[in-house]
Ligand binder design. Structure first.
Ligand code: ZN
Length: 267
C-alpha cells in the first residue's frame, strides 16, 4: 500500500502485494471486471479497506473509459443510476458496491462513502480540500493526461466559487519516464493542450524516433496551468513498469494481469 503525507483523509493506493489472488493476478488484484475469481477480488478489497482503516460500507468504483468525466456524489445522489455489483457470500457481503459507467473520476463532500479507481500503469490522482471537505480520486492515462483530466476537480471548485489554495493532490505510482516509451500520435495528442515549453518539461525525444514521456510531470503541469502551486502536489516517484516486485503493469505483461486501486474516504 502506498499513501501521501499531504492527504489526511483515509486513503491508499494498493500494490500487487498482500492479497489472496493467484497466477497472473497474484496476489493483490482489486479489479472485478476481469477473469480473476471475484471472491478473491472481494477479499483483496476488504484487506485493503481494513489496512487503510476505512469504516464506510458503501463503495463507488469507476468503469473507466479514458473520459474526462468526474462524477460528483452529492447528498441527493440517486444510487439507482449506478450499476450494483453482487458481493453476496464474499468478504464484502456487508458492503454495497456500485460502478459508475463511463466515468474516470469520482468526487464527494460526503463522509459515508468510499471512492475507488483502478490502475495498471495509468496515473492515479488523489485530492483533498480541507477547507470545503472535498475528497476525490481521478484516473488519468495518457489520453486523460493529454486532455487535462487532472484539472477537472480544480475546475469544479473554481466554477463553484471555492478557493483552491488549500487543495492537496497526490500523484501515485504509474508508468515512469524510465520505461514509458511512446510514438508520434501520442505526442501529437499532447500538442493540443500543452505549449512547446511545457512539452519539453516532460517529453524526451529518442534517436529511434520515439519518445520517453513523464506522465506524472505532465499531470503536475496540467494542475499548475489551473493555478495549483507545486507545493500543493506530492508525487510518488515509483514506476509500475520496471518494479515487477511491487506493481502490476499492463505495458510489462499485457492481460491477464492484476489491477491496483486507489481508495479514499473521510472515515
Ligand atoms: Zn521504470
Amino acid at each position: 500500500m502506498r499513501n501521501f503525507k499531504n492527504i489526511k483523509a483515509l486513503h491508499g493506493i494498493t500494490t500487487r502485494n498482500g492479497g489472496v489472488s493467484v497466477g497472473a493476478f497474484a496476489s493483490m488484484n482489486t479489479s472485478f471486471f476481469g477473469i480473476d475469481d471475484p471472491k478473491h477480488v472481494y477479499t483483496n478489497i476488504k484487506i485493503a479497506l481494513d489496512e487503510i482503516g476505512i469504516k464506510s460500507k458503501t463503495i463507488i468504483a469507476t468503469q473507466q473509459v479514458h473520459s474526462n468525466k468526474v462524477l460528483n456524489i452529492d447528498e441527493a445522489f440517486d444510487f439507482r443510476t449506478l450499476k450494483s455489483i453482487d458481493t453476496s457470500n464474499s468478504d464484502l457481503q456487508e458492503y454495497k458496491l456500485f460502478v459508475s459507467p463511463e466515468t474516470d473520476g469520482l468526487m464527494t463532500f460526503r463522509d459515508d462513502i468510499v471512492l475507488m479507481t483502478f490502475y495498471a500503469d495509468c496515473v492515479p490522482l488523489v485530492y483533498e480540500d480541507e477547507l470545503t471537505g472535498l475528497i476525490a480520486t481521478v484516473h488519468s492515462g495518457w489520453r486523460g493526461t493529454a486532455h487535462l483530466m487532472a484539472q477537472e476537480v480544480v475546475k469544479y471548485l473554481i466554477g463553484n466559487e471555492m478557493k483552491v489554495e488549500q487543495l492537496r493532490i497526490g500523484i501515485g505510482h504509474c508508468a515512469g519516464i524510465c520505461c514509458y516509451e511512446v510514438d508520434d500520435p501520442v505526442v501529437d495528442a499532447f500538442r493540443v493542450n500543452y505549449s512547446n515549453e511545457q512539452l519539453g518539461a516532460f517529453i524526451i525525444p529518442k534517436e529511434n524516433g520515439k519518445y520517453m514521456i513523464d506522465l506524472k510531470q505532465a499531470n503536475a503541469i496540467a494542475l499548475m496551468k489551473q493555478g495549483i502551486a507545486l507545493s500543493q502536489i506530492e508525487i510518488n516517484p515509483e514506476c509500475t513498469i520496471c518494479n515487477a516486485v511491487d506493481f502490476h503493469s499492463h505495458r510489462r505483461t499485457g492481460y491477464p494481469r492484476g489491477s491496483m486501486s486507489t481508495f479514499i474516504a473521510k472515515k
